[in-house]
Design a protein around this ligand. Structure first.
Ligand code: CA
Length: 371
């Protein structure tokens, strides 16, 4: 009986202990959601991006959206990037300045648009008679291109990254066939970048105008010819409805767009977000390259089906030879005046000589024998 009493006492003691532990456990459980709430309340890093392109611009704008979506998903919502199109910020060619000033944390554009501010930014988009996309990507990532680009953009307090490639661009839409050098004299053409300077040496009256004005200008004869991109983006512009000749390219063999990031802002990010942002930009660029190839194939088939009279032409040998001569002269003249220009020009030239030998016995040999 005494033992029984003792046992009951022990048992009630245990009940009290269990109840106490239970309460403690409950207490802990109640604290847990508090900790989670705290985590959710942690401030999201919100960045602003300015792009040169209008709202809902296909391919180029999609690359930017993809990058931002990847950053948000990979950072588990820790970082968000809000995108302003040119319709919002109204300064399509002011993106470098706005990122430089910190007005925007980052931007998406094309490096050759800044040639008037810094001639050496030209090299990081594409060069007439230069490398094709696989060669140029190899140069960027393994042939010293990224370091050279960093040197140029360090002066502006901006990091620059490849931002998506259009692939080889078409030489443009022409109202009349070009059969000789004489046909270039007085020809009014919209063509930007270094190629525009080459053509103006050959008598072409070169102009640049925003995308929205191109169709009307070609249709009304304000210009006789224009280049834009290739079937991927040209189809929607409708040029094939008003110009019969579509020339193959020479001037933009590998147009690479560009992501820009304000250096102080990038350096201020935690390491893991720097890594996430860098990977998202590189993947979005790669994705834009494959998307451009796909859309060009699909859209070229559509143009041929709907407008079978569109004629593909390649510039005559004497025209190509003259373009090459003028291009070479311009490059060497500028290199003689500018040490950085000379350094990048020599780097691209040396790399292209090396890499082209491989292209010759691989892709070129394969296509030449199997087309
Ligand atoms: Ca172009």
């Amino acid at each position: 009986m005494k033992q029984m009493k003792h046992f009951m006492k022990l048992l009630s003691g245990l009940v009290v202990l269990v109840a106490f532990l239970g309460l403690t456990a409950c207490g802990e459980q109640q604290q847990a959601p508090k900790a989670e709430v705290k985590k959710v309340e942690k401030k999201t890093i919100v960045w602003k991006l300015a792009m040169t392109w209008p709202t809902n611009f296909p391919i180029f704008g999609d690359a930017v959206n993809n990058m931002a979506a990847m950053v948000k998903a990979m950072s588990n919502g820790e970082m968000e990037i809000r995108i302003d199109s040119k319709n919002k910020h109204k300064a399509p060619f002011g993106v470098l300045d706005m990122v430089k000033a910190g007005q925007y944390d980052m931007g998406h554009s094309a490096s050759y648009y800044w040639k008037g501010k810094d001639i050496n930014t030209l090299f990081f988009t594409t060069m007439p008679f230069g490398m094709i996309a696989p060669e140029q990507y190899a140069w960027f990532y393994y042939g010293g291109g990224m370091e050279l680009m960093k040197n140029v953009y360090d002066k502006h307090g901006v990091y620059s990254f490849p931002g998506g490639n259009t692939g080889n661009q078409m030489g443009g839409w022409f109202q009349k066939e070009i059969t000789s050098l004489d046909d270039l004299k007085g020809l009014k053409m919209r063509i930007p970048g270094f190629a525009g300077e080459v053509l103006s040496k050959l008598g072409v009256v070169v102009t640049n105008m925003p995308a929205g004005e191109l169709y009307t200008a070609l249709d009304r004869g304000t210009i006789d010819a224009l280049e834009w991109v290739g079937p991927s983006l040209d189809l929607n512009m409708g040029f094939h409805k008003i110009a019969p000749y579509y020339y193959t390219g020479w001037h933009e063999p590998a147009t690479e767009l560009q992501f820009m990031v304000n250096q102080a802002k990038f350096d201020g990010l935690p390491k893991h977000l720097q890594e996430i942002l860098t990977i998202a930009m590189q993947y979005a660029a790669y994705d834009m390259y494959t998307r451009s190839y796909h859309d060009s194939a699909i859209n070229w088939a559509k143009i041929q089906e709907e407008y079978p009279d569109v004629k593909i032409r390649t510039f005559p040998a004497e025209v190509i030879a003259a373009m090459k001569t003028e291009n070479q002269k311009l490059l060497e003249e500028t290199a003689a005046k500018d040490a950085t220009f000379s350094e990048i020009y020599e780097s691209q030239k040396a790399y292209m000589t090396k890499v082209r030998k491989w292209t010759e016995i691989s892709d070129y040999a394969y296509l030449k024998d199997n087309l």
